[in-house]
Design a protein around this ligand. Structure first.
Ligand SMILES: [Mg+2]
Length: 382
């Protein structure tokens, strides 16, 4: 079997799908994208495609090394996201050829179901109570929200109080019947992270995510030393070689590699395993589409240290398309009760509605994240 063609489709809300074709009519699907830079990743996918055409799709390990090491320069969001989507599509082909789901090829199930959590509250957390109430109706009990809006390097007590009040209201409304993580989204600087974590401790969030940016990762162990709240990070780390430093430095309790950003299934399976050796949990980052989610689930079902899985149903970014719009086998992604079950179809287990993909890709907009500024006009982290 030989790889014959790579086709990319930029899609709403902010996704990109990749179809890899072979000379034996088996195709694989992947989701290579960096949110807001889809066209850049698209170019990288087609450049890497030069290594793939005419090659055997079954040799994923070799093709991965060729894509990673073959160009001298490596790593980073663009190249690693391109590799990630290609890698997913190659695993999809392998599973279809061998008539087995990817988790089966990785050694089989380590659990029967995986807990999921849901986003509430949007970019500037609002209507959080109503959001949680509506998801409680389908038995979700675990949530995530942004921990604050933009925050200056040193900021005032009103901003801190506003953030803390939102969280206090959640605990007051639901007590211990629900759990929630707080995503600082890289919006918080090291000085204010200390303040915010201290103020939020009484409300016992499940975790604090990206308390500071990855660029300031040396603060993770320092912040962890002053709090009992688990720290989560990893959505802006792109390979084992970055995660190695985080694990060695300590302080992070939950790693969040993104299956569409950190080299795909091949790389993230290894990252998951590295985390297990440090007694660190795994919660794959996934605010993206159904192929990225399926890739995450295959890792979740073979990694004992997975804590829970993020998913994007109803997320504030999903304007113009929802998680399962391009999926034919929607029932396989049933979330009732707040759990996913193993995908049983061969390969990734996602049946793509290709007609819909082609049609909707013709009018896809180029999504960009908002650019935030402080009151004085300087740029704030979003
Ligand atoms: Mg995040």
């Amino acid at each position: 079997m030989k790889i014959t063609k790579l086709t990319t489709y930029r899609l709403p809300p902010r996704w990109m799908f990749l179809k890899i074709e072979t000379d034996e009519e088996i195709v694989g699907w992947g989701e290579p994208v960096i949110e807001g830079r889809a066209r850049t990743v698209e170019t990288a996918v087609h450049e890497l495609g030069e290594y793939l055409i005419g090659r055997e799709p079954s040799r994923i390990n070799d093709l991965w090394q060729v894509m990673y090491r073959g160009g001298f320069y490596r790593g980073g969001p663009v190249l690693m996201s391109a590799i990630a989507g290609i890698d997913q599509a190659l695993w999809d082909i392998k599973g279809k050829v061998l008539n087995a789901p990817v988790w089966q090829l990785l050694g089989g199930l380590v659990r029967d179901r995986i807990k999921i959590y849901s986003w509430v509250g949007g970019d500037r957390p609002a209507d959080v109570i109503a959001g949680i109430e509506s998801l409680r109706k389908i038995d979700f009990d675990t949530f995530k929200l942004n921990g604050c809006e933009e925050l200056g390097i040193i900021d005032d007590s009103r901003k801190v109080d506003a953030a803390v009040n939102t969280v206090a209201q959640i605990r007051e409304a639901f007590g211990n019947e629900i759990e929630f993580g707080l995503d600082f989204h890289g919006r918080v600087s090291a000085p204010m992270a200390k303040v915010m974590i201290h103020e939020l401790e009484p409300y016992r969030p499940l975790f604090i995510e990206e308390p500071v940016l990855t660029e300031q990762a040396e603060y993770y162990p320092r912040l962890a030393a002053q709090t009992h709240i688990p720290i989560a990070a990893g959505e802006r780390m792109f390979s084992r070689f970055e995660f190695k430093r985080i694990l060695e430095a300590g302080g992070v309790s939950i790693l969040q590699p993104d299956l569409s950003h950190a080299g795909g299934i091949t790389e993230c399976y290894k990252i998951a395993s590295m985390a297990e050796t440090y007694d660190v949990g795994l919660a794959p980052h996934c605010p993206l589409g159904p192929i990225a989610l399926a890739a995450c689930l295959h890792i979740d079902f073979v990694s004992r240290n997975t804590v829970f899985q993020e998913q994007s149903m109803g997320i504030h970014y999903n304007q113009g398309a929802e998680l399962l719009d391009f999926v034919k086998n929607k029932d396989d992604f049933d979330m009732t009760g707040g759990y996913f079950h193993p995908l049983m179809k061969p390969g990734l287990g996602v049946e793509i509605d290709e007609e819909q993909v082609i049609r909707r890709s013709q009018s896809a907009i180029d999504w960009r994240n908002p650019l935030w500024r402080y009151a004085d006009g300087s740029v704030a982290e979003w």
